[in-house]
Design a protein around this ligand. Structure first.
Ligand code: PEP
Length: 241
């Protein structure tokens, strides 16, 4: 039985007042694991307020040194992170991150015992061109072949056309891709495939969460916009519990 995850991705949003709002809302639910992907500068306040689990939104591919503005895996660890989002489509498209650099990021996280929350998904053009499977394989196979995935890895299937657009994938479509992902995992990693949690991300809201989470291979959500509103995120968690 895979415990469902509600993962927030605040991106470059939020402030100390929002941490206080979420702390007061007390969204914890025993049946659902929450993961808080927050701007790094807010992590200490979130830790002090008792948020669990904390996640970086990105990590440097390097251990330490002259990389101005970067944040290392060791720094995330010290700030209390147990997870870190990598491979978000915004990093892939705006910062040119590909599977080579993401493998290096993954290795940095692994060395610190931080679990990657690895995002993958097809672009709108790939979706329109029936290239979803090819996009998933391009983003997943190099990671699997490098032997990086373990049972604590979290994958987030995020069709790029659904992120921040209000145009979520249908539950049937999302399930069909999650099933493909689990099949690839099973072919490459055997039984571990049943333990890896695969989240859906892309315009998850209180009104579509229940239908999506009911699908066999959808183990939770990575939530952007709605994770900035305590009320909406709380309703999504309730729909999963
Ligand atoms: C995301 O950015 O990971 C995301 C899923 O955003 P939204 O929920 O706003 O579509």
């Amino acid at each position: 039985m895979r415990k469902p995850i509600a993962a927030a991705n605040w991106k470059m949003n939020g402030d100390l007042a929002l941490i206080d709002t979420f702390a007061a809302a007390d969204l914890a639910h025993g049946n659902v694991q929450t993961i808080w992907g927050l701007p790094a500068i807010l992590l200490p306040a979130a830790k002090a307020a008792g948020f669990a689990d904390l996640a970086g939104e990105d990590v440097s591919a390097y251990e330490k040194g002259a990389y101005t503005g970067e944040i290392s895996a060791a720094m995330l660890k010290e700030a209390g992170c147990t997870y870190c989002i990598i491979g978000h489509s915004e990093r892939r498209t705006m910062h040119g991150e590909d599977e080579n650099i993401l493998q290096e990021k993954w290795r940095q996280l692994k060395a610190q015992g931080i679990h990657p929350l690895y995002c993958l998904g097809e672009s709108e053009a790939e979706y329109d061109g029936g290239q979803t499977q090819a996009a998933i394989e391009r983003q997943l196979l190099p990671i699997l072949e490098a032997g990086l995935v373990d049972e604590h890895t979290v994958l987030a299937y995020e069709p790029v056309w659904a992120i921040g657009t209000g145009k979520a994938a249908t539950a049937e479509y999302a399930q069909s891709v999650h099933e493909q992902i689990r099949k690839i995992l099973s072919e490459k990693c055997g039984n571990m495939a049943e333990k890896v949690r695969i989240l859906y991300g892309g315009s998850v809201k209180p009104d579509n969460a229940a239908e999506l989470i009911a699908k066999a291979d959808i183990d939770g959500f990575l939530v952007g916009g709605a994770s900035l509103q305590a009320d909406a995120f709380g309703k999504i968690i309730e729909a999963m519990a």
